[in-house]
Design a protein around this ligand. Sequence first.
Ligand SMILES: O=C(O)[C@H](O)[C@@H](O)[C@H](O)[C@H](O)COP(=O)(O)O
Length: 250
Amino acid sequence: MSSQRKCPFHATIAETEAKLVQSLCDVLQRCANRALESNGTFRVGLSGGSLVQLLTRALVSSNLNTKCWKFFFCDERYVPDDHNESTFWAYKTQMLTQLPNISDSQLIKPNTTISLDSCASEYAACIRDEFGTSCPEFDLLLLGMGPDGHTCSLFPEQPIALSESRRIVIPIRNSPKPPPERITFTLPLINNAKDVVFVVTGASKSDVVKRVFADKDKNFPSAWVEPTHGDLTLIADKDAGETFLNSAYQ
Ligand SMILES: O=C(O)[C@H](O)[C@@H](O)[C@H](O)[C@H](O)COP(=O)(O)O
């Protein structure tokens, strides 16, 4: 099952990790400049996994001024803030420790001390307040992708989450990847962003990168990411990008 992509699509398959980090720096610079010129704040959505280290490297190696940046979480595990499975905690302990100019208050995190449903709805309200609109438009979303084609906490086994059309953040109760309880951005919020960038590494993802970005195979949640008025970018290392590179794509 494949379909035509309507949004502009860019792909970078980086030969080395240094080049991948440089591509990420370039995206950050472009999106931050645009946001800061137009409204004085750069709002970016983060994902967990390998992105934590890659983004940290990108920011450490660049001289980007992050003073007016705000970081949100495209998904978060429903665990205490200082839990070793918390994505917030990963950024706090791995990124903020290396970037003292970024303060804790620039990480806008979900409240995982309340019920899971409230955590999701409160985070949605927080995002709507931040943007002053019911239809927030992130300047940039940085997404990862699992070998099963999941992104954020939208998993192939959970089609109802994928079909959410009203709420911008929802609770997830049966994530096949632990921990089972999470909150996640939904497609209406993801696809309203100005730029959505997947950062994907590792040979285990080579086939799925091709299935998602070349075949646009909707069996994989990542293939549903298609900004309605923004750009879609894939930044992959050569292991993850190999099968994609060898295929014809448009
Ligand atoms: O909450 C999670 O389980 C992770 O955030 C997860 O969704 C991650 O983003 C992808 O699995 C890609 O992870 P890697 O880049 O580490 O492979």
